[in-house]
Design a binder for this molecule. Sequence first.
Ligand SMILES: Cc1ncc(COP(=O)(O)O)c(C=O)c1O
Length: 344
Amino acid sequence: MAAAEVGDDVLDGDPTMRELEGRVAGLLGAGDALWTPSGSMGNLIALMHHLDRGDAFLAPTGAHVLDAELGTAAWLAGGMPRPMDHDAGPGKVSPAAVRRAAGSTGPYYTLRTTLLCLENTHNAAGGAVTAPEEHAAVVAAARGAKLRVHLDGARLWHAAVALGVPPGALTVGVDTVQVCLSKGLGAPVGSVVAGSAEFVEEARRLRKMLGGGVRQGGVLAAAGLVALDRMDRLSEDHERARTLAAGLRERGWLVGVPETNIVLVAVADLDGTIRRFADAGVRASTMAGQVRLMTHADLTDADVTAALERIGPVEPTRPGATAPASGRAARLRGDRAPAHPAGS
Ligand SMILES: Cc1ncc(COP(=O)(O)O)c(C=O)c1O
């Protein structure tokens, strides 16, 4: 970062920024790309570009643009959110559901559904992966219904590594895509939003409007280039997440088999469990009504072992020992995990 060649990215460009943006555009099969300070800003820029007031957009339930960006899709981009059930598996919507939800043109006083916003991997669904053929079918359905498509690919690298496919195989047919250089890749800051050259020209204006233009951005872009070099390392995080999940199951916790680096633990007493983990020195957060644990670039195998020892078994007298009331637990058991040793 200290050695990065820099310019003024707000004025006439920064060479390291351009290198990063060019490389990401190439990886994603896009015409061009633009660095943004955060994934939320990258998503917002794309949605501001796609949506007008009076429009509606579709997104799978729990999508980051629906639940974790303070409603900016509606109050800044102007689109009313229409969440869709995961009818095609965790984090996924089916082509038929997209066709149904897109509907047909209504009277002038009804919202126009103009955009489908996908998320791969889907964070709140536990880092769930959408495969290229599933992606292509949903995008084709959206296109057939005259919708534009934005892909929130904050964690797209995880999906690509988990599937063993190039990232560009997961962006086919989309108008715009946002990817994060932080998250599992480990850069301290930065995301990239990509699309056609015309989109990026407009996105640069929108980024400035939101206060996201930076001057000697090459310092930050250099970290992004290092992050991209380390993409293949994500498979280690996925392996550690599986080890962590298996260890938790052995200790009686209700956990599915993670597809990437996110481990969701279904518990009845969410706050109590987070406190218990914190008291033991394991930092966890909440996600979709469950406890979320992540593996990342700074963790070793020994850290995973230590975390399991600190967390320990579910205690039968504690609320976490009983199966939660939601159907999520059954889905975890039935679809993605071996039988849970009930009450153990
Ligand atoms: C799927 C998804 N999209 C967008 C974001 C937002 O990224 P940022 O925190 O950089 O704004 C996140 C962050 O976790 C995410 O998981």
